[in-house]
Design a protein around this ligand. Structure first.
Ligand SMILES: [Zn+2]
Length: 346
């Protein structure tokens, strides 16, 4: 069967390769791939900067944002042939650590976890793949066109779960939320902020008509500079990883501000700032700044709920390019107007 493969650590090795069929496994679902979504992590892997192949192999099957259809389910499974399914990305470490043992592999303590399509395990960009039920999320048929957004939404659902926990300890309910970056993660973070009835603003670096229209349709504000905000944000979901902006939003947050960092910073560009006055800003304002990565089953379920309650057309409009697998190289080109690009099996 065909699979999109890469040799981790080497650039220009991305190829549509012939790989063996997945090994039959009596406890796993056999899944036919419908699509994979692409993100910055995939781009880093194909540029050779990130990712690792399974032990003893040279190539890695790419793809961690999945959507597939069950071909065969084991006896006694809650899935049946024809069901839509999304695969969870991370697998617990073999020890397992206390977090992984509790099913909270997103909080793995020892870093020995694997991740499908990223770290030590083949991804979902193959015509067929297997999936243990414990790592399979059932997707309702109404999300057939947009269920590919479930994995990125799970990342956002975990971020919001952490924010909710912190905010629940405040003696008042925060109102103003700032989301930085109007890419897929930012737009999904804004969606989940609006669903929580916050007053949400989305900061983008340059005017993008589609994104601005989506943000407005959501009932959120679209802005291009921090000084356009109505007031200091009480909650910030930082989705760009842009180093200067990370520093700026920590400073711009309100007293008792909650700043959630979700973006990775590319490159090694140094940003000059006074660490002492930055520290004083955080201390004197009771600010909480934290990072978040990955998601467990509970977050995929919360994400599913958020997607099902999204305004009509919002998710469809986020998927701006659907490229057939044969033209995979085109999918990685950056085009104006891109929000989320998917690769589809025909
Ligand atoms: Zn672990």
């Amino acid at each position: 069967m065909r699979a999109l493969t890469v040799e981790p650590g080497k650039s220009e090795t991305l190829a549509l390769s012939d790989v063996p069929e997945p090994e039959p496994d009596s406890d796993a679902l056999l899944v036919k791939a419908l699509a994979v979504g692409l993100c910055g992590t995939d781009r880093e892997i194909i540029e050779g900067g990130h990712g690792s192949a399974p032990a003893g192999e040279r190539s890695l099957v790419l793809g961690h944002e999945s959507l597939g259809e069950v071909l065969k389910a084991p006896a006694g499974s809650s899935f049946k042939a024809g069901d839509l399914v999304v695969g969870i990305v991370r697998r617990p470490d073999p020890a397992p650590c206390a977090a992984c043992a509790a099913g909270e592999w997103d909080m793995c303590q020892n870093g020995e976890f694997t991740e499908r399509g990223i770290k030590g395990a083949h991804g979902f960009a193959s015509e067929r793949f297997t999936l243990r039920e414990r790592f399979a999320v059932a997707v309702p048929t109404q999300l057939r066109e947009t269920g590919i957004l479930l994995e990125p939404t799970s990342i956002v659902a975990k971020a919001w779960e952490q924010i909710d926990r912190i905010a629940s300890h405040m003696p008042y309910r925060p109102r103003r939320v700032l989301v930085t970056g109007a890419g897929p993660i930012g737009l999904l973070a804004a969606l989940m902020g609006v669903q929580r009835h916050y007053d949400v603003s989305v900061l983008d670096h340059s005017l993008h008509e589609n994104k601005s229209k989506l943000v407005r349709e959501l009932g959120a504000h679209y802005c291009l500079a921090l000084d356009q905000l109505a007031g200091p944000p009480e909650i910030v979901v930082e989705c760009t990883g842009a180093a200067q902006l990370v520093i700026d939003v920590c400073r711009a947050s309100s007293r008792n501000g909650i700043v959630c960092l979700t973006g990775l910073s590319g490159g090694q560009r140094a940003v000059q700032f006074s660490a002492g006055s930055f520290n004083n800003d955080l201390v004197l304002e009771n600010d909480i700044v934290f990072g978040t990565v990955n998601a467990n089953m509970r977050h995929y379920q919360a994400a599913l709920d958020a997607l099902q309650r999204a305004p009509k057309g919002y998710l469809e409009a986020m998927i701006t390019r659907r490229v057939t697998i044969e033209r995979f190289a085109e999918a990685f080109e950056k085009k104006p107007g891109d929000i989320k690009t998917t690769l589809e099996w025909t």
